[in-house]
Design a protein around this ligand. Structure first.
Ligand code: AMP
Ligand code: MG
Length: 491
């Protein structure tokens, strides 16, 4: 039986794109969780995956038939510093499958042992970060935000050495591809124009097929990535997501959220929020993300210069014209999403200012980001529900003043209030992966081997826009408003 119907297009690219290398077996694999729905979407047999042969494959102890395991080469800017060689230091791409809709998807084991790109690392992952990525990436998918997915988590039965000894684990990650801005940088820095062209052609065929018939396919490719990233970052802002480590090696060419190391969600709204302990200058703060995405896209554009036109001046002009499209793409996506969050189906002058005024008042009053927008849904229908929103503001009158303007604007909408409230509930989640819940979940699993909180949280977060009254506690902000919460890079 070919349980995994692989078709490995990346492994057919030139040898210098990767190192061919199987995962390193582990002592005692045990399945923590299999994402059965995703397995089915991928056309894989969930029962096989959950059985001994499947678990061996998910742990890296057996290489399934048809797989062609490789560690991909890439470079990247890390906190603004260029590193010419990074690469998959602890991940192995097993191969690609065509899913039920015909989409090509990577199946990658993260934490699968050392590779030629491991540098001083051990190639392994600890259970805590694996569970964090599993949970948060699946929560993002349920929120409707483009993201890599989690197919499975297994424990290895081996410790990993970090500041302390921690249980080891392997995550099976599924992505449209693992090609990053840093992959293009890898070839650009080596002056390898043929490699660059092969990569760009691969990406056009795989992710931006419409670019192939454009007058300038590489310019169309660049514009495609720009559009996808502008949209993605806007979506992050709409749910209060802070990626935390937007290095160019962590920016997917396909426009998916990737790398869930130090990510976290806002509790109280403050655009300066930084969670990552290593982000000392706030480079990747919540409100910096749109700017940083453009910085990263500018690095991508630089790598494409040899392909964009015959001469350098022409290439620079093409790159600049493409990059100039970012601002409008982002603004449209961001303000469109904010308007929907406020229940506005039509567009009027002043809508962006109305949203901006609310955000300013939320920041001044430390209002919880998610709860404010969710409680507004009821307030759109019944002004009595204002009480629930007011309570979230240090000075409730700051809300009242804004609410008057908002009601004035809502009264111009054709939809009736019940319809407006229902539409708002489809874009303003009740449930996000609250940091205090994620930490408690990780602690239970790592310290006590108790995976029940992981299962519960995963179930609640699979329906973020539903009310789920019996799970109301999971919608609440932490008692202290999340002040001082810190995350650490999941290595
Ligand atoms: P990240 O911070 O996860 O984006 O990783 C940055 C780089 O460090 C990538 O090249 C990773 O493959 C590598 N890396 C991270 N953790 C490890 C590890 N435990 N062993 C080997 N390489 C690692
Ligand atoms: Mg990374």
């Amino acid at each position: 039986m070919t349980a995994l119907p692989f078709d490995n297009s990346y492994a057919r690219l030139p040898e210098r794109f990767y190192a061919r290398r199987p995962p390193t077996p582990v002592a005692a694999p045990r399945l923590v969780r299999l994402n059965r729905a995703l397995a089915a979407e991928l056309g894989l047999d969930p029962d096989w995956l959950a059985g001994p042969d499947g678990v061996a494959a998910l742990a890296g102890n057996a290489v399934p038939e048809g797989a062609d395991p490789i560690a991909a080469a890439y470079a990247g800017h890390q906190f603004g510093q260029f590193v010419p060689q990074l690469g998959d230091g602890r991940a192995v791409l097993l191969g690609e499958v065509l899913d039920r809709t015909g989409q090509r998807r990577d199946i990658q084991l993260k934490g699968a042992g050392p590779t030629p790109f491991s540098r001083r690392g051990d190639g392994r992952a600890a259970l805590g970060p694996v569970l964090r990525e599993y949970l948060v990436s699946e929560a993002m998918a349920a929120l409707g935000i483009p993201t890599t997915r989690a197919l499975a988590a297994v424990t290895t039965g081996e410790p990993v050495v970090r500041e302390t000894l921690l249980p080891g684990a392997v995550l099976t990650r599924v992505a449209a591809s693992h090609i990053r801005v840093g992959t293009f940088q890898f070839f650009a820095v080596r002056g390898d124009v043929e490699g660059l062209r092969a990569l760009a052609d691969h990406v056009v065929a795989r992710h931006y097929p419409e670019a192939a018939s454009a007058a300038n396919p590489y310019r169309a490719l660049l514009e495609g990535v720009i559009a996808a990233q502008a949209e993605l970052v806007a979506r992050w802002l709409h749910v209060g997501f802070v990626h935390g480590v937007m290095n160019t090696d962590n920016m997917s060419i396909a426009g998916e959220t990737i790398d869930y190391g130090p990510c976290a969600f806002l509790d109280a709204y403050d655009p300066g929020t930084v969670f990552s302990s290593i982000d000392r200058n706030g480079r990747y703060a919540y409100g910096q993300q749109p700017r940083i995405a453009l910085w990263n896209l500018t690095r991508l554009a630089e790598t494409l210069l040899p392909l964009l036109a015959e001469d350098e001046a022409g290439s620079v002009a093409e790159a600049e014209a493409a990059l100039a499209s970012y601002a409008a793409r982002f603004e449209t996506a961001y303000h469109g999403g904010l308007a929907r969050k406020l229940g506005l189906a039509e567009t009027r002058d002043g809508d962006a200012a109305l949203a901006g005024d609310l955000l300013k008042r939320m920041a001044e009053n430390r209002a919880d980001f998610t709860l404010t927008f969710r409680t507004l849904c009821a307030a759109a229908e019944r002004p009595e529900a204002d009480a629930g929103v007011r309570d979230l503001f240090v000075d409730p009158m700051a809300y009242d003043a804004w609410a008057k303007d908002w009601r004035g604007r809502l009264s111009q909408e054709a939809r009736d209030p019940a319809e407006t409230a229902a539409a708002m509930r489809r874009v303003n989640p009740a449930f996000i992966p609250r940091n205090h819940r994620v930490e408690a979940m990780i602690e239970a699993a790592v310290e006590r081997g108790d995976f029940a909180p992981f299962e519960t949280l995963l179930t609640v977060l699979s329906r973020p826009y539903a009310d789920q009254p019996d799970q109301a506690a999971f919608a609440l902000a932490p008692e202290d408003g999340g002040v001082g919460y810190r995350t650490f890079c999941g290595t």
